[in-house]
Design a protein around this ligand. Structure first.
Ligand code: UDP
Ligand code: MG
Length: 310
């Protein structure tokens, strides 16, 4: 019965997975904890799963979980965490961007009684300036909008105690913004600052369009603020319209000005049309998510699960 399971979601990571495991195993060997490693294959199209199986053959701590197709990192993580039946769990990326060497520090704080110990990035090597800037912007926006304060510059790399895991397993929403959910459970949380390394091998699975959608997922699952936006924009526009109406009528009554209307009319009509479509779009974002939720499909499907050989 492991006290600590390291959950590793991987999608097309065959290139670097062996090196990852070597580094992780070295760290686990040096620790005084009964540990296990769970690799989750998120429908990879390369031979990631074969590598995982080979690792399981060679190391009695390793178990493998193969999902039926690519469900995305958030669901791969969920599937992995659902399969941690005893003890605590550590979540880590397979690309060595999160240093496994930090795990002993996590464990030390866990022993001190913390429930969620998360890595906060002091720096991110090997990321473009644009990625860092957009990411920083996102965390700042989230900070203002979210009902749950989501820590800055924090990824999924963290340790979750048993009760945090149990709490998390009760959250079955389909649109899973894991960083937010990890924080949502509360209990005793502690940041640990670290320097994020560049990717060890292979390619990132994110592009800007995916990141943009991820950001919208995050905002819509933790904040209703965009819905209120329409109310306030509407109010402001109505106020402005009232002032403009006074001005136009006043001018017409006092000076008898014939109003030359076409350009201003066009501007007003287009402005209002745009505003209305935007507000509809915001409602649509929430409604679409409600629709997915209402369908009650399973979160993920498992193809194969192999517990450790030990
Ligand atoms: N990942 C996954 N499913 C996906 C995309 C990514 O399990 O659909 C895994 C990936 O293999 C890696 C982690 O999630 O272990 C982080 O992905 P990546 O390094 O591409 O993200 P980045 O570090 O660039 O944000
Ligand atoms: Mg990465």
């Amino acid at each position: 019965m492991p006290e600590l399971t390291v959950v590793v979601p991987a999608y097309n990571e065959s290139e670097g997975l062996r090196d990852f495991h070597a580094r992780l195993a070295a760290v686990l060997d040096g620790m005084n904890v009964e540990s296990a490693v769970l690799y989750v294959d998120d429908g990879s199209r390369d031979d990631t799963y074969a590598v995982m199986c080979a690792l399981r053959e060679a190391d009695a701590r390793v178990s493998t979980l193969k999902l039926a197709r690519n469900f995305g990192k958030e669901l791969a993580l969920t599937a992995g965490l659902d399969h941690v039946e005893t003890g605590a769990a550590v979540v880590i990326d397979a690309d060595l961007q999160d240093p496994p060497e930090l795990i002993p520090t996590f464990v030390q704080h866990w022993r001190e009684g913390y429930d969620v110990i998360y890595g906060t990035r002091a720096s991110r090597a090997g990321e473009t300036g644009l990625k860092k800037a957009t990411s920083a912007g996102f965390y700042r926006v989230m900070e203002r909008l979210s009902s749950t304060p989501i820590p800055r510059d924090t990824g999924d790399f963290r340790l979750l105690s048993r009760r945090a895991l149990d709490a998390l397993s009760q959250v079955r929403e389909r649109q899973r913004f894991m960083k937010g959910l990890f924080t949502w459970v509360g209990y005793r949380q502690l940041p640990v600052v670290y320097h994020r390394d560049p990717r060890h091998a292979g390619q990132t699975k994110w592009n800007y369009w995916k990141l943009w959608n991820f950001a919208i997922d995050g905002i819509t699952s933790f904040s209703g603020a965009p819905l209120k936006l329409a109310t306030y924009i509407g109010l402001a526009t109505a106020l402005l319209a009232f002032v403009a109406a006074l001005w136009v009528f006043g001018k017409a009554l006092l000076f008898g000005d014939p109003v030359r209307g076409y350009p201003s009319l066009m501007v007003v009509v287009l402005f209002l049309g745009g505003m209305q479509l935007m507000a509809l779009g915001v409602i649509g974002e929430y409604l679409g998510r409600l629709y997915v939720e209402a369908k009650q499909r399973p979160l993920y499907l498992v193809d194969e699960y192999h517990p450790p050989q030990g």
